[in-house]
Design a protein. Structure first.
Length: 243
């Protein structure tokens, strides 16, 4: 996986999106909602929820907004009924794209996603049309820009905790786990005083597509448009080294 850092794409996404505070809070609320819906509302046993809450607090999201998102997900508060939808398709040049949606109006969102693909040289496919090109894995990032973390030590800690692989990429350690071992690895690393910059169960491409310059530009435009949609939670693609 070296040379295809998912962390680069995450940083690019974070630098490009969420310019307004209201939009930041909306995205955090949806992230918390999804994490709580999938793993329960207890941050001590749900690593994804704990990270989502930590990120929200880092952006000064009020506690009552955080609590409300968790209560909605766990059914203890009435509110908007969000629906999770996954779209699959191809970007310009044939790069595989999977878009995870959380929306309270699936007809509106479907039209917007379809328009984004069409306008930027891509096309939506049927369910399963590109999912087979990705593996579902736990993904953990620990930053090491100052070089203070010993590679051998953290590798041993991660593998002993149940990680499948660890990759060194430009000042970060990227740790990959099975979905089943994700929470245990996160917990073990935290208990050993490692700070997790990111942690999620996500989709990792099996192979990467290197596109011509023109198609790469179109693909990046498609990603930008999708990221600007408030209903979009995650975008997975296999474009090589998108920056």
């Amino acid at each position: 996986m070296a040379g295809h850092s998912k962390w680069k794409n995450i940083q690019r996404r974070k630098n490009a999106q969420d310019a307004k505070k209201g939009k930041i809070f909306m995205r955090h609320a949806k992230d918390i909602y999804v994490a709580a819906k999938q793993g329960g509302g207890d941050i001590t046993t749900n690593a994804s929820l704990r990270l989502a809450v930590d990120k929200a607090k880092a952006d000064n999201m009020p506690n009552h907004n955080i609590d409300r998102a968790i209560k909605k997900a766990t059914g203890t508060l009435d509110g908007a009924n969000f629906e999770e939808i996954t779209y699959e398709g191809y970007g310009p040049g044939g790069a595989a794209v999977i878009v995870n949606i959380l929306t309270d109006n699936k007809n509106r969102t479907a039209a917007e996603i379809r328009h984004a693909f069409k306008k930027n040289g891509g096309n939506l496919g049927e369910n399963g049309s590109v999912a087979f090109m990705f593996d579902r894995k736990g993904y953990i990032v620990i930053e090491n820009e100052d070089g203070a973390i010993d590679e051998d030590e953290i590798t041993l800690e991660a593998i002993e905790a149940g990680a499948d692989d660890i990759v060194v990429e430009e000042g970060v350690y990227e740790i990959f786990t099975s979905p089943e071992n994700f929470d245990a690895v996160c917990t073990h690393l935290r208990e050993n005083d490692y700070t997790l910059a990111d942690a999620e169960v996500t989709l990792i491409p099996q192979t990467y597509s290197k596109l011509a310059a023109e198609d790469t530009e179109k693909m990046m435009n498609l990603i930008d448009v999708l990221e600007d949609n408030e209903d979009v939670q995650d975008i997975h693609h296999n474009l090589e080294d998108a920056e």
